[in-house]
Design a protein around this ligand. Sequence first.
Ligand code: FE2
Length: 481
Amino acid sequence: MNHLNLKFSRRNFLKITALASLFASISSHYIFTSPAVRKELDSMEEWSSNHLFLQGINAPVFKEVDVNNLKITGEIPSDLSGIYMRNSPNPFLKPSTYNYPLEGDGMIHAVYFKDGKVSYQNRWILTDSLLQDMKGEKPIFPEFNMRNYANTNVISCGDNILALFEAGLPYKITPELETLGEYNFGGKVQEAMTAHPRFDPKTGELHFFRYSFIALPYLIYYVANSQGKIVKEVPIELPEPALLHDSIITENYLIFFHCPLVFDIMKAFLGGIPLVWKPDQGTKISLMNRHQGKEINFWLKTESFWMWHFMNAFEDNNQVIIDFAHYPTLILDDNIASVLSNKSSFRRIIDDRMVDFPIFDQRKTGQPYRFGYMPHVDLELIASKGIPNYFPELIQYDLVNKTSKVHRFKPGNYCGEATFVPRKGGESESDGYVMTFVSNEDKGTSDLVIIDAANFEEEPLAKIHLPVRVPTGFHGNWIST
Ligand SMILES: [Fe+2]
């Protein structure tokens, strides 16, 4: 994670991202009550793979399950009423090639809190491409097959719950995880939507974008109001196309980082990941006035670095403070040496621990804030096991006092991205709950662990025991009910 003060004065996935700009996407809408489809999914043949992102704690699960009245250690806070949903790539068919983190059919894992009882469900998102796979249909030109995996994030937006994937439109799902089809904001968003939109807590607006490697404009910025209606669409001309995984807002600015991971059209047609790391080009940081919203107002070229995720950003007198997970370089190859070479860290406070998946109290988006959370990536463990994604502890950063606390899970237990849920009626950033899935590698089971943000190093308030394993995954959110 890094911190900047600015003074004013996925091989096929990425190919698909590029090619999605060349072909108009056809939005189809299905409504699945689908017992037949679900039955077919349930009877699928299990497979194993020696791909490092499909082994051990990363291996997909093959059953959709429903478990009610889950066993709990500790006590569920009485004000928790809602659903924790998390998305993840969970390939249905054994892939012949697999480019993590950019491929794999999306699966949602959901934990429901209602009337003091807790239940769990997991469901594949029934995307067009997954349905084709289930039917055994092969695209005529597989190299040009545009797959929308819907595997990266899941949010609530107005009355909708959306599974997000940056190279395609969101898939709308129900609270019970049935797939309703692609969602295009009433026809206003045509091609794709970032998997990392940002809610402005002051206005209720959702700020997001879509990028393209080929179609002009390379970037379009959208704002949806609190009812989910698009109220702003701003085409933005960039000097060159860029892969933009995330953006962040402050009270007055929209911020993008253009990192030197450059699209290479020849590589796109020859196969492989069509992206080249060109550190000589440096990383460019752009600020655009949200309220004028017509062009980039400020560019800063810095030394090259990569970032997937912002934590937050805010304005402080004549400065913009931006917090993010900072990678000095990025290599997107599926071998453990590349995984170990991609080292990210947070430097807002002096800290060299490798971290990513930053979260914070979203009521503070774009504003000064105190607490942020990230899992610590254990590189030694990853090197010894030869498998990525071991997160044995969660870090709570106090960005005001420049300290941190660690919640370490018991040996053999590994967490993922966390989410912060404010206590009902609570206003302080420490008055709430930090929850994350924690998996036991040996038992093949998982817990949803709820930690008191104000007593972060103490025993969790509750562990909700799932009799199944939740594989490592990407992003999730709390949906209040
Ligand atoms: Fe992400």
